[in-house]
Every structure is written in C-alpha cells, then in structure tokens.
Design a protein around this ligand. Sequence first.
Ligand SMILES: Nc1nc2c(ncn2[C@@H]2O[C@H](COP(=O)(O)OP(=O)(O)OP(=O)(O)O)[C@@H](O)[C@H]2O)c(=O)[nH]1
Ligand SMILES: [Mg+2]
Length: 456
Amino acid sequence: MSTPLFADTIAAVATAPGRSAVALVRVTGPQALPLLRALAPELRGAPAPRAQRLLRIHHPDTGELLDRGLATYFPAPASYTGEDTVEISTHGGHLTPQLVLDAALAAGARAAEAGEFTRRAYLNGRMDLLQAEAVADLIDGRSPALHRAAVHQMERGLSRRVEELRTAIIGAEALLVYSIDFPEEDEPPVPPERIRAAAEDVRRRIEGLLATAPQGELLREGALTVLAGRPNSGKSSLFNALLGTERAIVTDVPGTTRDALEAVVTLEGYPFRLVDTAGLRETEDRVEGIGIEVARRYLSAAQLVLFCVEAGREPGEDEHSFLAELRPEATILVRTKADQASEEDQAVDGVRTLRVTAPTGEGLPELRATLLQLAFGGILADPAEAPLVTRERQARALRAAREEVTLFLQAWDEGIPPEFAVTHLHTAAGALEDLLGVISTEDLLDRVFGQFCVGK
Ligand SMILES: Nc1nc2c(ncn2[C@@H]2O[C@H](COP(=O)(O)OP(=O)(O)OP(=O)(O)O)[C@@H](O)[C@H]2O)c(=O)[nH]1
Ligand SMILES: [Mg+2]
C-alpha cells in the first residue's frame, strides 16, 4: 500500500448540531483504528471492515462511559477519504456527540477543519475537484434541479466532458509536435487543415459547455423575478399567492408596499427569487420615493418581470411606456383581479398576457408554468442531463481554455511556427487541468474547501 499523504488523524461531528435521534462522529487518518480502541477497550482483534459493531464509548483518560454507539471501520483505501476511517453513530443531541468528539481528541485526533474530509478524499485521489464541488452543492443546494445537476456532476458527468476536451487538445498538441520534430520531411506529416479542424472542434465543444453557465448560475441563485406595477394593482397579493404564505402586507391603500420584499420559492423544483416592490407612481412622499427607486434597481437586474395591471382597466400611458422598455421574452403582463372583470382585455402588442385571481388561485398554474418555461426552458428542453457549468471557477477556466485555443487558431492562420503556436494549446490544456484539479495549489484548495461544513 502507498504511504499515506497525511500523518495526522482528524475527527469531527459530521451531523448538524441540535436535537436528533442519532449523530455521526467521524475519524480519519493512520491512527483511526488505535483511536477507536482507546475509546472502546472492549474491542479485541481487528473489527470486520465496513460492518457495524455496537460498542461502549469511554473517555480515554477518565474511563467515564459516554455512550453506546455503532462503530464502523473502513480500512484504507476503501473509504471516503481513502484513509483508515472510523465512523461512530452516537445518540444525537447537544452533548453526546460533542463528548464523543472530545474523547477522540483526547485520544490524539486533531479537530478537523471545514471540508477537510473531502479535501483529503480529493488529495488521496478518491475524487476530482469538480466532484468535490458537487459534494458541496449536494449539501447546500435547495432546489431539486440543482440537486440533480450536483448528483450528475458527482457521477463525473462534467469531469468526463472536461477530460475528453483535454485529451482532444493534447491530441492536437501531439500532431503539432510531430511536425516540429520532423521538419525535414517534404510532405507535412499532418496536413495543416487537419490540425485546424481539430482545434476548431475543441473550441466548439468548450463553447457548448460554457453555454450552460447562465443556466447553472440560475439554478444556484434562482431566477430573479420582480413584481412591478402601479400602486394597488395586486402585486403583494400575487407575491403571497406564489409563496403560499401571507408574507407581504396587503391593503386597499395604494402605496402599501414601501420596501422591496424578497423570498426564495421553488416552483416545480426550480428556484426563483421573487421580489415584491413598491407601486410605481409619481410621489411627493420621501419614503415611498425611495421604495420606488429600489424597485427600479431590482427591475434593471430582473431576469423576469411580472407587470401587474388590473383586469378590466386599460393600461395608462405610463404603463405602456414602461412595458415598452422591458424585454418581451422576459416579461409577463399579469391582468390581476380577474374575478372583477369578466371581459377579456385587449391584448398589448407583443406582450405575453395571463389573467390571475390571487385570492382564489385562479390562473396561477398557468403563470407558474410560464415562469418555469421562460426561466428554465433551456434546461427543460434538454432532458439528456447535459452537464452544467454551475460555478464561476468552472466558467473562468473554460473561458481561459477557449481564449487560448482561439489564440492558437489565429497564430496558425498567420503562419507562426508551430513550436510557438503550440504553447497556446499547452496553456489551454493546463486550464482544463486546473478545472479538474489535476495539479492544484493550496490557494485554490482553500477557496474550494473553505466553504464546506465541518465533518464533510
Ligand atoms: N377582488 C380581488 N381583489 C384583489 C385581488 N388581488 C388583490 N386584491 C385587492 O387589491 C388591493 C390591493 O392589493 P395589493 O396586493 O396590496 O396591491 P399592491 O400592488 O401590492 O399595492 P401597493 O403595495 O400599494 O403598490 C387589496 O385590497 C387586495 O385585497 C384579486 O385577485 N381579486
Ligand atoms: Mg404591495
């Protein structure tokens, strides 16, 4: 067996603190098994790998009985971290897991830092950096859609694609090196068009992955959806109806909502950041004026706008000109209070319109379906579970790779000698290696693992 990378043994409570049936204390490192023996002197011989064993857990110094728990021994390398690992399921609650952890520390373990288990898993070659990020997404993700993307990424969906790209670049590099090494041959060993085509193909595939980045960011952040319209047009009522709770104050006094209210809601498994805003009108009131300013700021950043106009009321000049400023593909004209007007309203040219009655929920299913389609249509249309670029780090590395391949193509077309042009391909492959974490710096690892929770 290879020598372990880490000499020290670390321990942490891997479950969230608080009242619960069970909790998990994890220990990993070369001393994991001796440490378990120190906590459970009744243990004789080597425990069967990966089998649970009911043991009394004692403090190693005082001998005090702390709990009875199920311990599992995972010998290296078949463990999460790739090292000898012991997991002890203790009773939950505020005290017991902490006391068992203290006992493990007294027996010689060091308290693990956030993300340290996964960092070791990565450094011991149990997963690549993209998979480690997927683990974090799996823990932090709040929408089923991001969860699906994370599971896909944990199964190396994105990693495989990046590896294929890297292989393709290295292949093109090899063709070039061949021409550099045998310059005396009359016929170029590899036709220049073939090298150009290979590089262009790589660039297209990088573009394809990068094209998923906006969708990935949407899944992470939620689609910013802003409710806007004149005072009293029913924005807050609609906001509450979409949330399913009475979050915003609703009254018949125009100008009720002063500040922007924000809430995250999951519609059909996809995340939306809904914002209710102050009604738009000319006002002398300073507080209301500031609220309207805030509303405008949200509107300029909005991915989707629900522009509310009561059914049965002809939109005014102000509303028409406001609508004209919005992007039609990102706007829904919501005719609110549909219960108060039986007649269909005249359509506004080029603007998608829906009728809703917030208090009864009429029209809401159609509104939800439309929101889903507008914000996440791209993902919905591609059920093939295409890997998604979900983080800025990933997008940055892919952009760097694309840039270098483009520079290579320019150099190639300008007839720059291959031994110089090839450096761009080399750098492009390097960017993809950073993405996978083939070679990584401490600094990069701190950034990736610093956001994890302790015990993972
Ligand atoms: N009949 C009926 N009344 C509604 C409906 N939606 C809202 N209302 C009423 O319209 C009034 C204004 O509703 P709000 O939701 O507070 O309107 P708003 O656009 O948030 O108003 P501001 O915050 O002042 O800009 C309240 O009295 C609501 O009860 C509806 O679908 N049908
Ligand atoms: Mg309101």
